[in-house]
Design a protein. Structure first.
Length: 456
């Protein structure tokens, strides 16, 4: 049961929920631009080019004395950011659940990530180490902020509304990404007209995403409300103080999750198939530029197409879930992901039209598969454990996967082929489908202590 400072009437409570939902949507509006502009379009090819500029005659850079092929540096930096997130998120999530003070933690994560992203303006010349550090900090901050943001969903939407609310949140975020990408495309394509070099235009696009993230985070911080929820069987957080920190808290989170094996079964499936999704998102621009020989303008248009179609796809899949249930709809999207990724392996080089068709296929399933996964998982979280459980969920969300980028980078390092690297990701969708199909979601929801929706 929620322990609020104010107990409004039913009508006032409904109005308050709608107000909080609008604020919640705005955080997706704020930080989805980082995912769309920075992670998906600009930082991969640009950081790779900076690393190549700093590389030795063999094509290697040497961060901390470790030989790394310049083409793999970006993928390894993404993986390193997750190691930092793995340590931070259970601690922050547990603190949020025990204290009920999510908003200050959300603000800290958001503005740390926004500052690191804005600092990418200074990434030029051979400053590949600076780029790697800023990417690690921004990505880890995005993971922590996304975890706190997602954990609000069970508080602001009743069970029967969560698929729709989650889908609208994703659509809102992709809409923002599309708007900013249009501005990025104009600036990048006409950089000469603005008296800018190509590199300067890219660095302005990177920094503008950080400024956007920071500016619009003000809205959810004003509209969302903190509240305490007592976990089932747990002592009152008001009298027991804050949770333990360090490795003990991570171990405690894992032990608690083992008490809900069906929730863990879904989470395992999600971590696997979403690892594939996030790796495609983060590495697609590298594949397009390095393997297919496509220019930055073509990549921006392709990602813009993904953003626009993802809005329609998220809303359409939300409607399908009302008819077929979230689990079946997600399974269908994984089949579509597998087919689309396999088709990407055979794309001819220097053929933008085929790359646009691939982008269209990704856009139609991207937002919906992620939105429905988030809403389905929210039903499987024990009351009072939202932030702590969503910390595990977030490990593979919004470009925070580690195994996929690692596999992508290692495959390229061993083969020198980005086509081999991209096709290796099919395994994530096949295995994820098989695991998700085996999860009895209705029984899992009941076991977590939550009401079972009529259609799930």
């Amino acid at each position: 049961m929620g322990i609020d400072t104010v107990r409004p009437g039913a009508a006032d409570e409904t109005a308050d929920l709608r107000r909080q939902q609008r604020g919640w949507y705005f955080y997706d509006w704020a930080y989805s631009v980082y995912s769309a502009s920075v992670l998906t379009v600009f930082i991969g090819p640009y950081l790779t080019s900076v690393a190549e500029h700093a590389a030795d005659s063999g094509g290697y850079v040497h961060p901390l004395g470790i030989p790394v092929r310049a083409g793999s540096y970006f993928a390894y930096a993404v993986s390193l950011s997750v190691i930092l997130a793995v340590v931070a998120m259970p601690l922050v999530g547990s603190a949020a659940d025990h204290t009920g003070r999510k908003k200050p933690l959300l603000a800290a994560a958001a503005y740390t990530g926004a500052a690191a992203t804005t600092g990418m303006f200074f990434l030029d010349g051979d400053r590949y180490l600076l780029g790697g550090v800023l990417l690690v900090v921004a990505n880890a901050s995005a993971a922590v902020g996304g975890m706190l943001y997602n954990s609000y969903l069970p508080q602001i939407a009743p069970p029967e509304e969560r698929d729709a609310v989650s889908s609208r949140g994703w659509a809102f975020g992709y809409g923002a990404g599309a708007m900013v990408l249009v501005a990025n495309l104009v600036l990048y394509s006409a950089h000469d007209s603005f008296g800018l070099s190509q590199g300067q235009a890219v660095r302005i696009c990177l920094a503008s995403a950080g400024l956007w993230w920071g500016a619009f985070t003000v809205v959810p911080l004003r509209l969302l409300r903190d509240r305490r929820v007592r976990a089932a069987g747990a002592p009152d957080a008001l009298t027991k103080g804050v949770p333990s920190t360090g490795p003990r808290q991570l171990a405690a989170t894992v032990r608690d999750m083992r008490r809900h094996p069906l929730t863990l079964s879904f989470l395992l499936a999600y971590l696997i198939y979403n690892d594939g999704i996030q790796t495609v998102i983060s590495q697609a621009s590298v594949y397009g530029s390095q393997e297919l020989g496509l220019g930055q303008s073509t990549l921006i248009v392709a990602v813009l197409l993904v953003q626009v179609l993802a809005v329609a796809g998220a809303l359409a899949m939300g409607r399908l879930a009302r008819t077929y249930g979230a689990q079946r709809t997600i399974l269908g999207s994984l089949v579509a992901w597998t087919v689309t990724l396999a088709a990407g392996y055979f794309l001819p080089a220097k053929a933008p039209v085929f790359f646009f068709l691939l982008a269209a296929g990704i856009g139609m399933v991207l937002g919906g598969s992620q939105a429905l996964s988030r809403s389905l998982f929210s039903h499987l979280v024990p009351p009072g454990k939202e932030a702590e459980y969503f910390s595990a969920y977030e490990l593979s969300d919004r470009g925070m996967s580690w195994l996929g980028p690692m596999l992508f980078g290692v495959t390229y390092q061993l083969t020198g082929s980005y086509r081999s690297a991209i096709i290796s990701l099919v395994a994530f969708f096949v295995i994820g489908f098989a695991l998700l199909a085996r999860v009895p979601v209705r029984r899992a929801i009941a076991a977590a202590g939550n009401p079972v929706p009529e259609k799930i």
